[in-house]
Design a protein around this ligand. Structure first.
Ligand SMILES: [Zn+2]
Length: 473
């Protein structure tokens, strides 16, 4: 928990400087959870220069509480929290002095957003709050007022948390705990072997069970982050970890996909949040003993490569009904009227009689295949090209008909022109709805500089496909 603080002062130098306004924002590392703000009567005049800067003058603070009046409140708000401020030395020192005058002791762990910004957003000309905010696109309302500056520091701090890929915040809070942070069951060699590259990692317990799967841009740093984390769940998880396996992916997108897949597959006990996934259904086709090609739907987890994914049975049925009408299919063979001798023609009247033996299997199947082809043509077919595990490699992630199909790696020198050749490098994978969401949001986000290949299925039964375009969006 963090207490993000800003104070305004009377402006006199040194220990005579007194607080005229204080704002505190309580943040749990994910979001703002509480706020406190008050003007403070400093008991001495405010320097005209500071009044010019902040707009706070003597009359404004005349009826405000003194710091001594607020000390208990400030104590409660900041207790057991990490004290965060922009140039923390200044605010922390002044608050500590005010507590001293009120006869109280004040001691907190500190984080400085100037110091963190220098490391997490290196190379900027100025790290003043105003300059940083304009660089990061943060709007400050009421600059040089405690509330306005605190609100801006909260947004800045959230950006620091988001971009802290090297656990810089952890390191500042626990500067000397590097090695002692390793769990007692985990051999040091196992930790030392971890690469500092993107990928996924598995925490494994003494009975060889996978208890956690995570993804990271830097596997080693991220793993260390777990060991530094003092949340009860993290402590329990670390204490059970006796081995760590990893898989490098190069691509960050692939790390996300691999993580989701492995969580769904292994159901690790500490991946509580990501285990739940929306119930999804896949449209499938199969051939019965008479040679008739059926269409139907099934729970997605029972389907390896669905033709299309829906999130309700109703949507599957509506889709199949639509196909029946368009391609004159029989409801009996499209899972719309199961367990009947022949279809009733009641709702869908287009059946040409396959169920009554009035149409040949070949002629019926021809239309089913056209229907399947129409499904496959309706979706997006992509091969996303991402960074590989080494400089000489690219990662390929295939989306077939809107669904995740599989992934693989290929030499940078390999031509990306022919789909058939690329297919040899791609290992088909189980499709999960979570992966759909990862890929969708990736494609939405990646608007520039992303290579992908788009291709069209021409004749699905001949397994002949053509890449129609290869371009950069
Ligand atoms: Zn029929």
């Amino acid at each position: 928990m963090y207490a993000i603080v800003d104070v305004e002062t009377t402006g006199l130098g040194g220990d005579l400087n007194r607080i005229t306004e204080i704002a505190i924002a309580i943040h749990d590392g994910k979001q703002l959870i509480d706020e406190f703000h008050s003007l403070v009567n400093p008991g001495i005049p405010i320097s005209p220069y500071v009044t010019g800067l902040t707009g706070i003058d003597d009359t404004m603070v005349m009826n405000a509480p003194s710091f001594a009046d607020l000390a208990d409140t400030v104590e409660q708000y900041t207790k057991n929290k990490i004290f965060v401020a922009h140039n923390v030395g200044f605010d922390y020192h002044i608050i500590r002095k005010e507590f001293e005058r009120a006869g109280m002791e004040f001691k907190r762990k500190k984080l400085c957003t100037v110091k963190l910004s220098r490391q997490i957003f290196p190379g900027l000309r100025s790290y003043s709050l105003g300059k940083l905010c304009s660089y990061l696109g943060i709007t400050i309302n009421d600059r040089h007022r405690a509330k306005g500056d605190t609100d801006a520091t909260v947004v800045l701090f959230e950006k620091l948390l988001q971009h802290d890929h090297q656990s810089i915040i952890e390191k500042q809070l626990h500067p000397h705990s590097g090695e002692s942070a390793l769990p007692s069951l985990l051999p040091k060699e196992v930790f030392d072997r971890l690469p500092e590259t993107p990928g996924i990692y598995y925490f494994i317990d003494q009975r060889d069970r996978i208890i956690y799967v995570g993804k990271a841009i830097n596997i080693k740093k991220r793993v260390l982050g777990h060991f530094y984390d003092k949340k009860a769940k993290e402590i329990a998880m670390s204490s059970e970890t006796s081995n760590i396996h990893f898989e490098e992916t190069g691509s960050e997108l692939l790390a996300l996909i691999r993580e989701a897949t492995e969580i769904k597959k292994n159901y690790p006990k500490y991946n509580t949040a990501q285990k739940r996934s929306p119930k999804a259904f896949g449209i499938v086709h199969y051939t019965d003993r008479a040679g008739i090609v059926h269409l139907g739907y099934s729970l997605l987890k029972q389907v390896k490569q669905p033709l299309k994914v829906f999130y309700s049975v109703t949507a599957c049925i509506a889709f199949l009904e639509d196909l029946c009408e368009k391609f004159d299919l029989c409801p009996k063979f499209t899972q719309l009227q199961s367990g009947v001798e022949r279809c009733s023609h009641y709702k869908l009247k287009n059946c040409r009689g396959i169920c009554e033996g009035n149409e040949s299997v070949e002629s019926y199947n021809e239309r089913v295949l056209l229907a399947i082809e129409s499904i496959q043509l309706s979706g997006k077919n992509l091969i996303i090209v991402e960074k590989g595990r080494t400089e000489d490699e690219k990662a390929l992630i295939e989306i077939q008909n809107d669904n995740y199909f599989g992934y693989g790696f290929i030499s940078v020198e390999h031509s990306l022109k022919r789909y058939e050749e690329l297919q040899d490098f791609i290992t088909p994978q189980q499709h999960y709805p979570d992966i759909q969401q990862i890929v969708d949001s990736y494609l939405e986000r990646k608007t520039r500089g992303q290579d992908y290949l788009e291709y069209k299925h021409l004749k699905i039964h001949a397994h002949f496909r053509l890449i129609t375009s290869c371009f950069t969006i």
